[in-house]
Design a protein around this ligand. Sequence first.
Ligand SMILES: [Zn+2]
Length: 231
Amino acid sequence: MARKIVILTGAGISAESGLGTFRDEGGLWAQHRIEDVATPEGFARDPGLVHRFYNARRAQALEAAPNPAHEALARLQRDWPGEVVIVTQNVDALHEKAGAKAIHMHGELAGALCFACGHRWPAPLEMAPGTPCPSCNAPAGRPDIVWFGEMPYHMEIIAEHLQSCDLFAAIGTSGQVYPAAGFVEEAAMAGAETVELNLADSGISRAFDDHRVGPASKVVPDWVAELLTAL
Ligand SMILES: [Zn+2]
């Protein structure tokens, strides 16, 4: 009965808390090219620009509040008798602000990383080129964010969770696009039921057993209530 649930969350769950992504028209991302602010090459070319971009995102994320979808997942993690693993592509801390624990596969705005020694520490509100590493003192601080062209974090532990789960849900992320597409296959191969909760019906995402279409703040609390009521 105490089934294990793995949930992947993407940009769609944070969008309703006012945090945009590079796919949105307008906003922070529209003023920049991805290759300038979200790649290791861009950082090597102009670290000042990249730090200013992430400083702005960090400030924005700090003010953002979790929405009913984040709250519902925190409730599920707390009240479900089995294990509930939340894996997120988001770099904000909205799951944590709602009281949940999440695995951040793309890093976190709240983190700094030394590219000289690999040390991690809490990012100051404002990072700048030459921010010294508290461990090795190299002027090599960067945002602890997985950029395009870099390996996502925690992939081995995520694979283990997918292979041992009974239910896999993808929320606010297109089931057609990596990594959700790969995750649903992996979970399904392990015998898990799969459900997609997304704003738009991705139409051909037949890899999922079940689909819930609508804003995350509506469909996620409904889905969580169903799961907890069926206990
Ligand atoms: Zn260091």
